[in-house]
Design a protein around this ligand. Structure first.
Ligand code: FAD
Length: 439
């Protein structure tokens, strides 16, 4: 029987970051991964000469966010990030950069002037309600937005809701849009967002890892000290605990440990741990994950010349186009372009119908693309294990079992994707270390 300080369940980015941090803090760590690969939904692989990621990725908050903190503290090798560039909005076949501040918004004529005023009104109304202490976490964005907005304007806001939250405007809480970056005590609440609104230049602290998403995973793996073991193809079936963690059980082995960090879906935790409190389980089973389809196209011609991504508001379903090889030409064969199109899907869908619908949506918006396709690859993946939507559950890093923690995008309501995963790891570290001190 093997014995470790910590067993980490899952080798996605949340599990790997947790393992790296705790091993560098002196713990012996075992990572158990059920698949035969490492990286979960944050990795790259090769198809017909193209280097493909698990979905298009903009890595956010790189100047002082949670991933930066973890990289500074624990990485021996830092991945290289290139700027993510502008977000272009495409409506009625016209393309313009996303309007990040009021000045740009006033001249953002892809939307009618009345829509721009109504959206502005909605935002200021939200800030006002916050200053008088209203809880906006359960108020849908649709409640604050005037019904006079045009179909185009509503589609624009809906696009943002689907890609930022994973759900529609009716299910998105107003608070998600005011998720502020300023976290200092005594700072005026939401000042960061108001500042952004007036003078932000855009998403300047976002990047793409040169060499693909795999570069982040490779940096973590290279930075592991000797006290980390990884086993793939080993699914954890049970977490053995009474009031506190004793070990984990897989098909082949029992591993004794003091602490378990679980990075799979929190909604599946009740299958791994017996006798969790009823109230706790009730919340976990109402978590809704976000579903996505990505279509990767290898193109014989560089059709998308702008440096940055495109928000396709007109397409059905909504699409986010990221010409990935514009960030690193080595991701495609010489002279070719690699482009990814991400779609957020409903809770239930028919895979083959959805594939067809999404592909047709691309061709409808950009017909000439069909003549230049050299490679097509489809991915159904879960970008967020919990949608930050109204009326659905959300997990927590802390669990009712002593020394059992959860990390991942369903455990902390901050930011999204990799940044959210990294926030959860920082929170987990804080809890593990303070628990240690109090012993
Ligand atoms: C299409 C798409 C677009 C995205 N765009 C962005 C973006 O632009 N910016 C951004 O920051 N993020 C983005 N993301 C999200 C980001 O990739 C994820 O949030 C992040 O990678 C999640 O990491 P994780 O480790 O929490 O989860 P996962 O990667 O899901 O890892 C969990 C791991 O646990 C393993 N596991 C589960 N149960 C067990 C068990 N019982 N035993 C053993 N192993 C187990 C799983 O096999 C898996 O490997 C996107 C994702 C997708 C799919």
């Amino acid at each position: 029987m093997d014995n470790y300080d910590v067993v980490v369940i899952g080798a996605g980015i949340s599990g790997l970051l947790s393992a790296l941090a705790l091993s560098k803090e002196g713990k012996s760590v075992l990572i158990l991964e059920k698949e035969n690969y490492i990286g979960g939904v944050c990795r790259s692989y090769d198809i017909n000469g193209y280097r493909i990621d698990t979905g298009p990725h903009a890595i956010t908050r790189l100047s002082n966010g949670p991933l930066k903190k973890l990289m500074d503290r624990y990485f021996d090798v830092i991945p290289q990030f290139v700027p993510f560039g502008k977000y272009y909005v495409r409506i009625d076949n016209e393309i313009k950069p996303f309007a990040w501040n009021i000045n740009a918004w006033l001249s953002f004529d892809l939307l009618p002037k009345t829509d721009r005023i109504l959206i502005m009104k909605c935002l200021f109304n939200a800030f006002y309600l916050l200053t008088i202490g209203k809880d906006l976490s359960t108020v849908p964005l649709s409640d604050l937005l005037s019904s006079k907005i045009s179909i185009k304007g509503k589609r624009f806001i809906n696009w943002l809701c689907y890609f930022m939250v994973g759900t529609s405007i009716e299910n998105t809480s107003v608070l998600r849009f005011i998720d502020n970056k300023t976290n200092k005590e005594n700072s005026i609440r939401y000042i960061g967002k108001i500042y952004d609104l007036f003078i932000s230049e855009g998403a300047l602290d976002q990047g793409y890892p040169r060499g693909g998403l795999q570069s982040i995973i490779n940096s973590i793996l290279t930075s592991f000290p000797k006290n980390v073991d990884i086993k793939t193809n080993e699914k954890v079936l049970k977490i053995d605990c009474n009031e506190k963690v004793e070990g984990v059980i897989t098909e082949e082995n029992y591993y004794e440990c003091d602490t378990v960090i679980y990075s799979g879906s929190a909604s599946k935790l009740p299958y791994l741990v017996d006798d969790l409190p009823e109230e706790y389980v009730k919340n976990l089973v109402t978590i809704k994950n976000v579903n996505s389809l990505t279509i990767w196209l290898g193109l014989t011609k560089k059709l998308f010349k702008n440096y940055g991504s495109q928000m396709w508001i007109d397409s059905d379903p909504f699409a986010w186009l990221v010409p990935t090889s514009n960030y690193d030409p080595n991701l495609a064969p010489p002279g070719n372009q690699l482009a990814s199109f991400a779609f957020i899907l409903p809770d239930k869908f028919n895979e083959s119908k959805m594939k067809k619908k999404a592909f047709n949506a691309i061709v409808e918006i950009q017909p000439e693309i069909e003549r230049h396709i050299d490679m097509t690859h489809y991915q159904y993946l879960i970008p967020e294990k919990a949608s930050w939507s109204i009326n659905s559950g959300f997990g927590d890093v802390k669990t009712p079992i002593t020394n059992l923690y959860c990390v991942g995008t369903d455990t902390i309501k901050r930011s999204a994707g990799v940044s959210r995963a990294a926030y959860s790891v920082l929170r987990c570290l804080e809890l593990v270390m303070s628990n240690e001190k109090s012993r």
